[in-house]
Design a protein around this ligand. Structure first.
Ligand code: FMN
Length: 389
């Protein structure tokens, strides 16, 4: 029996759509926003397998106010999806305010998360993502702009960040406190520096420190980094005292991790270990949901291809068949290929091993003179191809 004494995670949403003006997450689990992954199809798939809050792929505030068709598609909820949780990448307080106002006035979201964790060079080189919390004044202005625009509509804003740029430039304690003061509903911390990308193990002790640091404000902290099993989720809560967990790569090719997390949080040791035939049904369901989302079988299958290696990880599948899955181009072909799989038990050890991005650390690219003054207010431009982090 696992020891779990967690409390439900409450997201206050007073926009008139939820009883008692709140959403209660009995299992305090959030699907991490992942660009290129957490579209409404993947969110629906995860929701069908478990419980939690399922956050959209990141969209840039600027693309939103410019109504880029792809961005508008990304914020369209899945069928019956509630609450609608949208992650924004924002670098400019004015544009942030406009984007949130648009989401609110057009009733397009019930929760907004702000991304301050992206470590990719093309983002940090311009001062965005995980570089931004270093600029304390600008950071506070962006968070306040979002909170102030969402507040009249009763919609909560949360932030997601890393520990800092690198060990010499930690930002999380100051930035999280500023976000709490600005009125966010929670702060999620990925226990790595930007300089680590996805290397090594996430430092859960930083999550504990943030829990203590924010305790006087009453703002909850969510922990993120390296939850690969239901047990990991419970362990992170027990070890850090965080109010909930954010799960990213662990559910790639394993949407049933959300079912495992529900079981683990209920003290049960039983885990979902689907046979390959059961996984086969989930893959097909994913394919169908993607076709609905993209309204194009070709695009849907191109998206599904990247998930195939994750779904099949650890199973015995002939190399030729594996590579055919990597080129699948229609639902009919998918069905034909899936029919060639031979049933077998779930390879638990491989299944629960790290997957997805594991990129090595490297020095963080920053704009010239970025570290000179944490209080100046730089103007940051967005690379149109910004995604993820
Ligand atoms: C493919 C991919 C895309 C990501 N995109 C985003 C994103 O758009 N916004 C964000 O805040 N974090 C993004 N992340 C980071 C995750 O949300 C999460 O913080 C990170 O993967 C660590 O959690 P994990 O160890 O559970 O994977 C992305 C991660 C991956 C692997």
């Amino acid at each position: 029996m696992l020891t779990t004494n967690h409390k439900p995670l409450v997201l206050p949403i007073a926009n008139g759509q939820f009883a008692n003006n709140e959403v209660v997450l009995t299992t305090p689990v959030v699907l991490a926003p992942m660009a290129g992954i957490t579209n409404s199809a993947f969110r629906t798939l995860c929701r069908e397998q478990g419980a939690g809050l399922f956050v959209s792929e990141m969209v840039t505030a600027r693309a939103l106010i410019e109504r880029h068709p792809e961005t508008m598609r990304l914020i369209t909820p899945g069928k019956g999806e509630t609450p609608r949780s949208v992650q924004l990448y924002a670098v400019d307080p004015r544009v942030t305010g406009m984007a949130v106002k648009m989401l609110m006035e057009e009733n397009l979201a019930d929760h907004i998360d702000l991304n301050f964790g992206c470590p990719v060079p093309k983002v940090t080189r311009r001062g965005g993502g995980s570089a931004l919390p270093y600029k304390q004044t600008l950071f506070s202005q962006i968070v306040s702009a979002a909170v102030d625009a969402a507040k009249p509509f009763g919609v909560p804003v949360t932030v997601k960040m890393r520990i800092g740029i690198d060990p010499q430039n930690e930002t999380y304690l100051t930035a999280a406190k500023a976000a709490a003061d600005a009125g966010v509903a929670w702060v999620a911390l990925h226990g790595r520096f930007a300089s680590q990308m996805y290397e090594g193990k996430a430092d859960w002790s930083a999550i504990s420190r943030l829990v203590e640091h924010l305790a006087p404000t009453g703002v909850p902290v969510l922990g993120n980094g390296d939850i690969w099993s239901g047990e990991d989720g419970v362990r992170m809560m027990n070890e850090t005292g965080c109010a909930g967990v954010v799960v990213g790569r662990g559910c790639l090719g394993r949407p049933w991790l959300f079912g495992d997390l529900v079981a683990a949080f209920n003290g049960s040791e039983s885990r979902i270990t689907p046979t390959l035939f059961e996984v086969r049904d989930i893959i097909y369901r994913h394919g169908e949901l993607l076709v609905e989302f993209f309204e194009s079988e070709g695009r849907a299958m191109r998206d599904l291809r990247k998930h195939m290696a994750w779904y099949l990880k650890g199973f015995r599948v002939p190399r030729e068949l594996r590579s055919k899955f990597g080129m699948v181009s229609s639902l009919g072909e998918l069905e034909y290929l899936l029919a060639q799989l031979e049933d077998q038990p779930y390879p638990v050890e491989v299944g629960e091993s790290p997957r997805g991005r594991t990129s090595h650390g490297r020095p963080v690219h920053l704009p010239e003179g970025w570290l000179d003054d944490p209080f100046d207010i730089p103007e940051i431009t967005i690379d149109d191809s910004v995604s993820g982090g």
